[in-house]
Design a binder for this molecule. Structure first.
Ligand code: PEP
Length: 252
């Protein structure tokens, strides 16, 4: 059985005060949700603050990005080992905003994925198609291509220590969610691609759905056989919504 994960991607939002408030509510309300792993991914500058606020609560810490390099003259970057040093267990890689705004290519993402695994982080590899790609019937060409780039470069065994997030670009931050059927169709196809490399790894890898998940739609998305939780942006900044989404995953 795969344990569900709900990960909050705070993106570039929050300040010390709002983070104190949000984490206070999460720590108080996420206790005892043993059927789901909960995870928050704050901006890197707040990782230490959030780690302190988590204390010994069962909320994991993740980063939103990591360098592919270990150390050295890479101004503005954060090495995977530094993120581990701050208490991170997870790192989001290949988010569509990193791909579209910062020009990250499949090869960069594969290098970051390998470096994250090497440092002991669990990468959450994001894949997803644009609306144009979906409407032209290319969803699985795009999603499969993004996934295979990392499978081929890093080896399928590395996916025993990784998580995949299917995030249709047209659903991110738009309020437009994939239907449960659309999500399941892609998740099943993603798992089938991993199974072409290794069936055991495919059966165990968690595949999260991301794209306008909220308290009202989480349960029906998480009810799908191949949807193992969610990567949540906007709704992860609202304590009550994020808690409701985590509960929906625990009950799915
Ligand atoms: C995301 O940024 O990963 C995301 C899924 O955002 P939202 O939930 O706001 O669509």
């Amino acid at each position: 059985m795969r344990t569900a994960i709900v990960a909050g991607n705070w993106k570039m939002n929050g300040n010390s005060e709002s983070i104190n408030e949000l984490m206070g509510a999460l720590v108080d309300n996420l206790q005892g949700l043993d059927a789901v792993e909960t995870l928050v991914c704050p901006p890197a500058v707040y990782l230490s603050q959030v780690k302190g606020l988590i204390g010994d609560a069962s909320v994991a810490l993740g980063a939103q990005n990591a360098s592919q390099f270990e150390s050295g003259a890479f101004t503005g970057e954060n090495a995977p080992g530094m993120l581990v040093d701050l208490g991170c267990q997870y790192v989001i890689l290949g988010h569509s905003e990193r791909r579209a705004i910062f020009g990250e290519k499949d090869a960069d993402i594969a290098a970051k994925f390998a470096a994250a695994i090497e440092a002991g982080l669990t990468p959450i590899l994001c894949v997803g198609e644009t609306l144009e790609e979906r409407e032209s019937g290319n969803t699985m060409n795009v999603v499969g291509g993004q996934l295979k780039a990392v499978l081929d470069a890093c080896g399928v065994e590395s996916f025993a220590k990784a998580v995949i997030a299917y995030e249709p670009v047209w659903a991110i931050g738009t309020g437009k969610t994939a239907t449960p059927e659309q999500a399941q169709e892609v998740h099943q196809a993603v798992r089938a691609i991993v199974a072409e490399y290794n069936a055991e790894v495919a059966a165990g890898v968690r595949i999260l759905y991301g794209g306008s998940v909220n308290a009202a739609n989480a349960a029906e998305l998480f009810a799908n056989a191949d949807v193992d939780g969610g990567l949540v942006g906007g709704a992860s900044l609202k304590a009550n919504d994020f808690i409701a989404i985590c509960r929906a995953a625990a009950e799915a």
